[in-house]
Design a protein around this ligand. Sequence first.
Ligand code: NDP
Length: 285
Amino acid sequence: MSAQLIDGKALAQEIRNGIGKDVEALVEKTGVRPGLAVVLVGDDPASAVYVRNKKKACDTAGLHVADYALASTTKQEDLLHLITQLNTDPKIHGILVQLPLPSHIDSQEVLNAVSPEKDADGFHPYNIGRLVEGNPLFVPCTPKGVIRMIESTGQAIEGKRAVVLGRSNIVGKPVAMLLMHRHATVTICHSRTKDLPGMCREADILVAAIGKAQFVKGDMVKSGAIVIDVGINRLDDGRLVGDVDFDQVKERAGWLSPVPGGVGPMTIAMLLANTVEAAQRVAQR
Ligand code: NDP
């Protein structure tokens, strides 16, 4: 293997240890313990695992967690009512509504109902606007984690060619925006992009977030590039893989993040970081 591994699990652990210390310092100084409300609607097994991992990480770092597991038949108005209550609950500094929501619920309306000051996921249009301006209040967790992983290589982002595969609101677009604000020259590719492999080969920094197992092959990667694999895909044999063909790309890339053990743990660490930052803002008032 020529690429250096970007060990998201180890990096996330280091960040979470620091967050644990920040939490205790905040409690000691101000009496404010950062609190996260986790709202899960329905019984999607993958969502249940994500929520469990997020709650465990909060507990370990000393955050207060308020857990709301609602039936899949929950009415939209009842969910909105809960969010309104959480918006004014002084013990809660971050609100996480686990996606996807059941199809009878308008997800955008629910996300819009979360107070922008408690929007730990950074999905509220106000926070998206601030991100685009380059003056973010909350940076969405996965994109924030991706940037921390790139920064962990010690390589400059400024002036680099960056290619982001995927243009979703929760990953592709915010990652591209964050890279642009760090002065990379950014190309966003999607399902209608012509000559996507050619675009990828120009990238000094390549971020893959398309949800297609092992899509990025070795011959699509510039020698020495930083490659961040956001994808999470389950193969027929049960294995979890990313959007990058790890075995091929590790022979070309300079740095490469694995799946599992890459972006996933960083996303959780950034959720904790966002909640603690929100609590610090409240305590400063
Ligand atoms: P979406 O399905 O919302 O978006 C996928 C994007 O990829 C779209 O922009 C789509 O293009 C593009 N795309 C799909 N197929 C191709 C293709 N063959 N060639 C080029 N572009 C393509 O996904 P998300 O952004 O929500 O998630 C992406 C991946 O990241 C998933 O595997 C998801 O599980 C994972 N993920 C991981 C997280 C973590 O914490 N590790 C967090 C969030 C997501 P178009 O717009 O044209 O349709």
